[in-house]
Structures are given as structure tokens and as C-alpha cells.
Design a protein around this ligand. Structure first.
Ligand SMILES: [Zn+2]
Length: 165
């Protein structure tokens, strides 16, 4: 999926659809299980300009990724919800244009053959949590904690039973 990025943004083109997760070779290394043919992400790329009429691409990506929980090491379905923008600048100006301001969109080199799949994969990799964990509001790490808890309880009940003897 190659686009002429400047033209795409100037003419406010849109590209959207589904991409198989298996197509993202670099992302696959971050997954706990190899994605099947049905595992896909939904994407939309829209060309436009920022408030100062500078060309940019807006990206939204959503889907579920099988990550590994860093607490219990089991699989974790991570909800991907990317809504971001990248500004297109001449390759030679990339370093100069790059801003540390988190409110400013990242810059990428404009190209007449910009690979959209690679761009989408870059944004997914940036969005991945450094330490994915089951959220407590989703029940934490599930049965693991409960199991340990009930074992502790039974140990206590044995102790208290011994004491009463
Ligand atoms: Zn967990």
C-alpha cells in the first residue's frame, strides 16, 4: 500500500479497511500467540492539513492484540485504540522539524511512495504499553489471585483448627 503522501494530504484522500495482524512482522514479535487469518485491525488514514496549513495524515487504528500480561504472564487481549496524526516534512528537514512538545504531532518524511502498512505498524508499536497488565477493573489477573487467596485461607483454617484442639 504505497501512497504519494503529499498528494494524499493535499487532496484530502482517505484510505480505510482491515489489515491482518499477521502482515505486521515487527509487531508479531510482541505478541504471545501467532495471529490467525481472522485476527485483523481496522484502520483509517485521512489526509489533511494542520492549523498552519501544513500537510499531515490522521490515523485511527482499532482492534485487539494478544499481549502477555507482565504480572501473571498469561495472555491479555489488549484493546488497541489509536487516534493520532503525523506531519509530513521534507526528509532533509526531519530533525529540525521534530518537536519535543507532546501536543505536537510526530513528523515523518514525506514520500511519493509512503508505505501505509509500515506507518500503521509504527503507530501500533508506539501505542503498545511497556508493561501490559490485566486491569484490576477487569478482574485483575483472574483466577490466579483467587486461587492463592483460598490456599492461604485453608492454611489458616488448618492452623486455627489445630489451635482449638
Ligand atoms: Zn495478568
Amino acid at each position: 500500500m504505497l501512497i504519494d503522501s503529499q498528494k494524499f494530504s493535499r487532496e484530502q484522500h482517505t484510505a480505510h479497511g482491515m489489515l491482518p495482524i499477521a502482515a505486521f512482522a515487527r509487531l508479531r514479535d510482541n505478541l504471545i500467540a501467532q495471529p490467525g487469518a481472522d485476527d485483523q485491525v481496522r484502520y483509517e488514514v485521512r489526509g489533511g492539513v494542520d492549523a498552519r496549513e501544513r500537510p499531515l495524515l490522521r490515523l485511527t487504528v482499532s482492534g485487539q492484540l494478544p499481549l502477555q500480561c507482565q504480572r501473571c504472564l498469561k495472555a491479555l487481549d489488549y484493546d488497541l485504540a489509536i487516534d493520532t496524526a503525523v506531519r509530513l516534512v521534507a526528509e532533509a528537514a526531519l530533525d529540525a522539524e521534530m518537536s519535543d512538545d507532546p501536543d505536537e504531532p510526530d513528523c515523518i518524511a514525506a514520500s511519493t511512495e509512503l508505505d501505509l502498512v509500515a506507518l500503521i505498524e509504527d503507530e501500533i508499536l508506539l501505542a503498545l504499553p511497556a508493561y501490559p497488565r490485566h486491569e484490576d477493573r477487569d478482574g485483575g489477573c483472574g483466577g490466579m489471585a483467587d486461587e492463592a487467596g483460598s490456599k492461604k485461607n485453608s492454611a489458616f483454617s488448618v492452623l486455627s483448627a489445630l489451635k482449638t484442639l
